[in-house]
Design a protein around this ligand. Sequence first.
Ligand code: UD1
Length: 437
Amino acid sequence: MNGYLKVENSPKLHGDMSLIGAKNAVLVIMASLILTDGKSTLKNVPCSDDVMQMINLLRELGAEVSFDQDEHVLLVDTTFIRKYQVKKEIMKRMRASILVMGPLLVRFKKADIALPGGCVIGARPINFHLKNLRKLGATIQIEGEYLFAKVEKLIPQRIVLEYPSVGATENVLMAALGAKGITTIINAALEPEVLDLIRVLQKMDAAIQIEGPATIIVEGGKVLKPVEYEVMHDRLEAGSLIVATAVTGGSITLSQAPAFMMDVFLMKLQEMGHNIEIGSDGIGVSLKATRYPKAVSFKTAPYPGFPTDLQAPMMVAQCLASGRAVIDEAVFENRLLHVQELQKMGAQIKVDGNRATVTGVDQLYGAPVIATDIRAGCALLIAGLCAKGITTLSGVHHLSRGYESIQTKLSKMGASIEYVESAVFDRHEKDCTKEYY
Ligand code: UD1
């Protein structure tokens, strides 16, 4: 996608919108199908670029995959998976590809894969994955850009994660299913998407329990069967649509939104002065925006804290709120790359390490800006909606990695967003691709 989005100042957005399936759940669920032999059906699968890449990866291994993009139904037959090697070109396109390592070790006792994509700006380490897969018995060698893992027999263990990494929890959990006996994962990530993976694995017949405060207990060694499963709705798409609506002063209803998984985010919007209503069973959110939003400070944290994936969109809302907001990005290093783009649009933001201090201004102004990752792209799109004049957003391929068609949804609610084909490929954009996902 070499084009850009032309975003005009938006009237108040209004609408009842549906949500796609959660990207962060579906990618790992697709990887988990390697643990089974046979035909599985996944429903509510978003048609995003990362999903397409995961389809390529599964096909590369030998799976037969068909995707009905209109119905969002993915059929995966893993019967003929014969390979445990994944080419560098496929691994590099998507960091979530590392999530096949645990399942491949269970199925083949081997996984030869390239290291997942990195970035000139900074590495996304996989040390927690490797350390704990080794603890389960794997021998892992890294040679250049390749990683060769093998295991004679996976051994159940008491695994203690030093940080509740989402990906490491998922990889170790899936590998533990191949270790006959009880593996305990302490300080596990319990993000809703991890819980969705656990529900799928349980449907496959895996014996997994969650115990407080953040412990996953896995009884490995069972034969897992193919499944039919409907992926959870995307709380991050929900949050993005809600912030977009809030900054335009509009109103939105998302009757499928998993509100009970969005508590801190919704509380912060309420503190800004927005009217939020939640469905009685915790499903469904409506927002009616205040005309006089107040700035609120927040700090990202593992679930159930404020989600790092909504930090960039929520920062845009602070740019036009009255007062000062202090935003601490405490999950990822260097995830404030959208700040310099927002500054181009007139935002008053000072950065000190991983802290951004935002002082509200009366107006943002349209400017040419570049998306450097999925959520930064979404934030800049939202900023374009509430900026005076025209914003041109390049790096659009980041958006389509994580969202099926958020610009189409926003347009249905009243926004004016146009995709413009362009042969010019911004070198900066190419060089500064950040592999957040
Ligand atoms: C997942 C999500 C991503 C979300 C993130 C945090 C998917 C596909 N992506 O990413 O959208 O922003 O959770 O909620 O589900 N870390 C290490 N070593 C490791 C692994 C992680 O140091 O081996 C660090 C990371 O650099 C980061 C922090 O731990 O600073 C959290 O990362 P992690 O929870 O693993 O995020 P991902 O699984 O990569």
